[in-house]
Design a protein around this ligand. Structure first.
Ligand SMILES: [Zn+2]
Length: 310
């Protein structure tokens, strides 16, 4: 608690030192006193200051830029500095400020499963570390079952891209991304799925993620994505409590009033392109004839899922 409180103060201290303080209209109603700053905070503050001074370069005086906030132009921000900049933007300049003391990190509430479309775990790890790719995920799982974490669960990875599920249009902000090493066409080895199930179990209980919120990338971006591929064992996942599956032994006929488009929408699919959504649905649940047309059986599967879970 003290540590994060200290960091909050540190952020304000460091960011104000960047030259924007004079532009801030609001004043703290309750100012923290120096006596409340413990020695650990002081050490962190000083080391962060030296890092900032050694890595930032003032290229242009902000005063020479008309109508521009007086923020120093920084040649290359480290990921941590980018986060600090972003946190500063989270403080509304048109309001007064008074520190609340009860808070913690926002936590993930969805898990999005991907295949990498690459040839090895090493290649994927490299992809997520190259500056120009602008993609990342929290976890990568190898064909051999090795699990590599690449971002803290509380950080926002860039794995979902432009996507939508229900009314959520920023899936990266609410989800964890898990990439399975897979070339996009091949089956997923049992060892890899076993590692995934262990990881999902941990994440589900740690963050209380609802069963319905374990979904695939193609579900949330049906016009752009097809991962995980048709071989992914959604049924096995659903049996363990991650995602949904239907009753294969008995599929009741849907009532005549049943509207598949509405059902898909209620499940979460973006129906702005119905064919793409149906294709994503069929890739996941039907797994043969992955196209944009629902057969009578497909409709029965959809109805069973709808009445069972939604
Ligand atoms: Zn993906």
């Amino acid at each position: 608690m003290m540590k994060w409180g200290g960091l909050g103060l540190l952020l304000i201290t460091v960011l104000c030192a960047c030259g924007s303080k004079k532009d801030l209209k609001q004043k703290p109603l309750i100012a923290a006193t120096e006596s409340k700053v413990d020695s650990l905070t002081q050490v962190i503050k000083e080391s962060a200051k030296s890092v900032r001074e050694s890595t930032t370069t003032l290229l242009v005086s902000a005063d020479t830029l008309p109508n521009f906030p007086s923020i120093p132009v920084i040649k290359e921000l480290t990921p941590e500095e980018k986060l600090m900049e972003q946190r500063r933007a989270g403080v509304n300049k048109n309001t007064d400020w008074a520190n609340a003391i009860h808070y913690d990190n926002r936590k993930p509430n969805y898990v999005i499963i991907h295949h990498t479309s690459q040839n090895s775990t090493a290649q994927t790890v490299r992809t997520f570390q190259l500056a120009h790719t602008k993609v990342s995920s929290h976890y990568v799982i190898g064909r051999d079952g090795q699990v590599i974490q690449m971002l803290n669960d509380y950080d926002r990875a860039w794995h979902a891209g432009k996507s939508k599920w229900g009314t959520i249009t920023d899936m990266n902000s609410v989800s964890l991304g898990i990439e399975l090493d897979n070339n996009g066409r091949e089956p997923f080895p049992e060892t890899q799925i076993n590692s995934l199930l262990v990881l999902l179990d941990t994440l589900k209980s740690k963050y209380l993620i609802p069963q319905l919120n374990f979904i695939g990338h193609a579900d949330i971006a049906p016009t752009r994505k097809d991962d995980p591929n048709v071989n992914f064992p959604w049924k096995i996942l659903a049996e363990k409590g991650f995602g949904v599956w239907y009753n294969e032994d008995f599929l009741p006929e849907p009532p005549t009033a049943f509207n598949p488009t509405d059902a898909l929408k209620i499940i979460g699919y973006d129906m702005s392109n119905p064919e793409a959504a149906i294709r994503a649905f069929k890739r996941k649940f039907i797994r043969t004839e992955v196209n944009g047309v629902l057969t009578a059986r497909d409709r029965a599967v959809l109805y069973d899922l709808y009445r069972k879970y939604y």
